[in-house]
Design a protein. Structure first.
Length: 626
């Protein structure tokens, strides 16, 4: 589905690995001693001479790229001025002043000296850090904007929020009786929950963390590191001497080689090279994803850790579906907000599909496009968090002949119109044109009111609005919905009209109540179903068994005619999505039948006007060969 260049293990590599394993078993004594230290991780770092000491569970991600140098969520980095920076949800930056590893406390300041200005965007529920309640109890507050010269002496005056628009800003405890507060001339701005009382007048905040429990190691004068082979991010204490001895220890290998020693050595060297090369590529992919996410922060989706993902999905308790590129689980952000969490397979692609989908969907804000709530990029583990749509996909309601699943023609018309408006927005409504390349019923999700939303942008491409064609190295999409020009340039150039073709097939499936049949050598007696619909229209027959009155028949006919216009073989003969929207919004009686694309009409166009069944077979051969 995703065609990106990345190192892949070939069958030859697998066979070679088996040969090497056998030879090693026969001729090699392989003695390995892995130290318990964390190779490549500095014992202690600082951003500046006066900066706090940085050691596990924290890591400086700009100087320690290896994830195992720190605990998930404890990433710091150095600013250009050598300040130690901690990024809190959501994209709230703070300068680290002091870290108490024994008490597991961290003191931070706001670079702008105004934490009250950022408190609304600070969501510590998705962070390993929480407010320290020992010295300051947590309370709820309401912020009021008041006229000048009335309450200057009130104790909770917030000086850093004062401006020409807000002469005086006060924070009043929410648990106090409103009649006891001097706010009769004031206007409420907003409320905040569970914040320390000193946040309004202090430039220093004290945060605590509960996991990992490294304080017990610090108290004993020991070092805190990850447990060996732990899959749950468990830690253990280790003596400083043992830590230093093991930190630089390398794997010791003793090889006793028989008569085939030189040959065996060459095989081992080749295998080591392949492993090294694969590891290097994986690290480059991870670095590419991290760089993209750093550039992407301005778009403001929430970034979750892998622990957050497990918490949101209740340890992946409810599975919604599975595809070739990941598994989708149902999750819950709160008691009222449900999400769908797509866990991407580590073995697919090189990070490009993740960057593609997050980057594309961050540009999109439309009622007929699924909203990206957030994402996770925790090392090699990546996930996408979408809004949850309870009615599954459109495929469920058009591929079955069960009348209990039939939504009615007016609702089908509304769904078709919503999808067309969503695609039209992708083509014209953003700064750059977005080509989806995988429009199909499974990628159209339905909300509680059966309003359609386009999903799955893993194959999307961006291009300028005035760009008439896009370059593609390989075909992309799903068989049955891919436009002919995507396979062969003999049909024309690949452009936004390729999405129009896919949408046309989708419309015809909605009308025919059946999927685009898989026309193979074994079932060539079946008629290609778009051609079947065209023949029914020419013969003025009913298009579907569910057409009960003339009004329904008009809707079915309109959807069919629009679909047939969209699947014309040559892109230039297809309408734009803007015209498609107008056709679907207009009266069906005014639509004219398109040319018949299913029969040969001209010797000069024999390659694109061949019977549809034979064309579909040839496209399958092309796809398999690529």
């Amino acid at each position: 589905m995703y065609e990106f260049s990345a190192f892949q293990t070939t069958n030859m590599d697998i066979s070679l690995a088996k040969v090497i394993s056998s030879l090693l078993l026969m001729f090699v004594v392989f003695i390995v001693d892995f130290g318990e230290g964390q190779n490549g991780c500095a014992e202690e770092l600082r951003c500046g001479d006066d900066g706090p000491a940085i050691r596990f569970p924290f890591r400086l991600k700009d100087r320690q790229p290896d994830q195992h140098c720190g605990y998930p969520g404890f990433d710091l980095y150095c600013s250009d001025e050598n300040d130690t920076v901690l990024e809190l949800p959501t994209s709230v930056k703070a300068f680290v002043q002091h870290i108490d590893y024994k008490s597991q406390l961290i003191q931070v300041t706001d670079p702008d000296n105004c934490f009250p200005q950022k408190i609304r965007g600070l969501h510590l529920s998705s962070s390993p850090f929480q407010f320290n309640e020992v010295n300051n109890s947590l309370s709820d507050y309401a912020l009021f904007n008041c006229p000048p010269a009335e309450y200057e002496d009130y104790q909770d005056l917030i000086h850093c929020l004062i401006s020409s628009r807000h002469p005086l800003v006060y924070a009043f405890p929410s648990d106090k009786d409103i009649n006891d507060l001097p706010i009769f001339s004031c206007t409420k701005m907003y409320s905040v929950s569970s914040v320390p009382s000193n946040i309004w007048d202090s430039h220093l905040l004290e945060l605590k963390w509960s996991e990992p429990k490294c304080g017990r190691c610090e108290v004993k004068g020991e070092k805190c590191i990850f447990k060996d082979n732990s899959k749950k991010f468990e830690t253990k204490c280790i003596s400083p001497d043992k830590y230093r001895d093991n930190k630089g220890k390398s794997t010791s290998i003793v090889i006793i080689v028989s008569i085939f020693g030189s040959f065996l050595l060459a095989l081992v060297a080749y295998a080591v090279f392949r492993v090294y090369h694969y590891d290097k590529i994986e690290k480059e992919n991870q670095a590419r994803v991290e760089k993209f996410l750093d550039d992407y922060k301005a778009l403001k989706p929430t970034r979750y850790s892998y622990n957050d993902v497990k918490r949101i999905t209740s340890q992946f308790a409810e599975k919604l579906g599975q595809g070739a590129y990941g598994i989708v689980f149902k999750g819950k952000l709160s008691n009222e907000i449900y999400v769908a969490v797509k866990i991407l397979n580590n073995s697919k692609g090189n990070g490009e599909e993740f960057i593609n989908e997050v980057g594309t969907m961050g540009r999109i804000h439309h009622v007929n496009v699924v909203r990206l709530v957030g994402f996770c990029a925790d090392g090699f583990r990546r996930a996408l968090v979408y809004e949850f749509l309870p009615n599954d996909s459109l495929e469920k309601f058009i591929s079955s002949v069960d009348s209990n699943h039939f939504l009615g023609w007016e609702k089908l018309q509304d769904i078709a119109l919503g999808i067309s408006k969503g695609i039209e927005y992708l083509h014209q409504g953003c700064d750059q044109r977005i080509l989806h390349f995988d429009i199909k019923p499974r990628n159209i999700l339905l909300d509680q009111n059966f309003n359609p939303k386009i999903s799955d942008f893993g194959l999307a491409k961006l291009c300028a609005k005035d760009q008439s064609a896009v370059s593609m190295t390989t075909a992309r999409g799903t068989m049955g919905y891919i436009a002919p020009e995507v396979f062969s340039r003999n049909f024309g150039s690949v452009s936004y009209k390729s999405d129009v073709y896919s949408f046309g097939i989708l419309l015809l499936e909605m009308v025919g109540g059946r999927k685009n049949v898989d026309v193979t050598v074994e079932n060539t007696s079946q008629i290609y179903f778009p051609e079947w619909i065209y023949n029914l229209l020419e013969q003025k027959d009913d298009l579907r068994v569910y057409v009960e009155d003339n009004g329904d028949a008009k809707i079915a006919k309109k959807l069919a005619i629009v679909g047939l216009w969209c699947i014309q073989w040559h892109p230039v003969d297809r309408p734009s999505m803007k015209v498609v929207v107008q056709m679907l919004e207009g009266e069906g009686d005014k639509l004219t039948m398109p040319p018949n694309p299913f029969a040969s009409t001209s010797p000069t166009r024999v390659n694109v006007s061949m019977p549809a069944r034979r064309l579909n077979q040839e496209l399958e051969v092309i796809l398999e060969s690529e």
